[in-house]
Design a protein around this ligand. Structure first.
Ligand code: SF4
Ligand code: SF4
Length: 331
């Protein structure tokens, strides 16, 4: 079945009656996933948005518990609100990022309730890439820009229409909803690949032996510790927990944190095991390219290129990977 591009707005209207539908849009000059209906321009042809759809599952600020205390009692209530959401038009790199978050928040014997509720209520509709940016390198990271295998539905861009492939029950429910708009038809897209190629063979294992390497002595100096690279990264998931107290009651919430901030590892007594930008940048690259692979068997980098484009001082994970490859094995 296929969905004509001229009917996409109707398809989104239908979905929006049942859920909050996040679509790639340009809003006030910023490309991001915004709820369908927001004033802005639908941007389905953009390769990837400046801001990924990470907030759908991991909001920048999220209320967790309400509490109320008195001289005799303490009441704590978990906040369980979770609306139905659809992310429409996400690319394979952003789907890989959701796979990474699933691994963190739902596996290894620990389930994060706040994430899990949102994940259950989320439907993902991916669109294949028909072009790549010069900074895209997803296929070097094991991501296929032509197919987001774990999405609930894959739309395949065939020019004037999308071929609809529903892959899960959630995907089939969307296909059923769209039935009045769909036409019979098939088609394939010309597969693309990224121009920027990185050789990742053996890199995670090599990096694990490079904690004390001289490679970390160069390049960190320019970092201004702004945290942009982590905030715009679709796979970064670190958070801090804090409380907003009003007299005898309040709310506990979590909000994004960044390993690029000096406070991130500073302990109550003042000691900081990552005292300078060198250790912080080392941690970021090691986490993306070695530690996560060791624990979850995948790269915590989707190759979206967002940090490469947006770091104000041009610290570039792709140049770093190339540099690691050049270091002799015991370097
Ligand atoms: S975006 Fe660049 S300057 Fe800012 S914290 Fe990240 S590496 Fe440092
Ligand atoms: S580390 Fe950079 S290139 Fe990799 S997923 Fe994060 S923002 Fe994208």
């Amino acid at each position: 079945m296929k969905l004509s591009k001229s009917k996409v707005n109707q398809a989104l209207d239908m979905l929006a009656k049942e859920a909050t539908v996040l679509v790639p849009m340009i809003v006030d000059g910023v490309s991001k996933f915004a709820p369908w209906g927001t004033e802005g321009k639908l941007a389905l042809d953009i390769v990837n948005t400046l801001l990924p759809p990470k907030d759908a599952l991991f909001p920048q600020t999220e209320k967790m518990y309400k509490y109320k205390v008195s001289a005799e009692t303490a009441e704590v209530k978990e906040i369980t609100d979770s609306d139905k959401q659809v992310v429409f038009g996400l690319r394979s790199c952003d789907m890989h990022s959701i796979d990474c978050m699933d691994a963190v928040f739902l596996t290894k014997g620990y389930v994060d309730n706040f994430y899990s509720r949102k994940r259950e209520n989320l439907t993902t509709i991916a669109i294949n890439c028909t072009k790549s940016n010069p900074t895209c390198f997803c296929d070097s990271m094991g991501v296929d820009p032509n197919n987001a295998a774990s999405a609930d539905m894959q739309l395949i861009d065939i020019g004037d229409a999308y071929v609809v492939e529903a892959r899960t029950e959630k995907g089939k429910a969307v296909e059923a909803l769209w039935q009045p708009l769909l036409e019979a038809g098939e088609g394939t897209a010309t597969p693309i690949s990224c121009e920027l190629k990185l050789d990742m063979a053996g890199l995670p294992a090599k990096l694990r032996g490079m904690f004390e390497s001289d490679i970390w002595d160069d390049g960190y100096q320019a970092c201004i510790g702004c945290g942009t690279c982590t905030y715009i990264c679709p796979t970064c998931y670190c958070f801090d927990i804090n409380a907003e107290n009003h007299g005898q009651e309040g709310v506990q919430f979590r909000c994004w944190d960044s390993c690029m901030f000096s406070e991130y590892t500073r302990m109550a007594g003042g000691h900081n095991p990552r005292p300078s930008k060198k250790e912080r940048l080392r941690n970021r690259f090691m986490h993306k390219l070695a530690y996560f692979d060791e624990r979850y068997n995948k790269n915590l980098c989707a190759g979206c290129g967002r940090c490469v484009v947006n770091c104000p001082v041009n610290i570039d994970i792709t140049r770093f990977i190339e540099k690691v490859k050049e270091v002799p094995v015991n370097g």
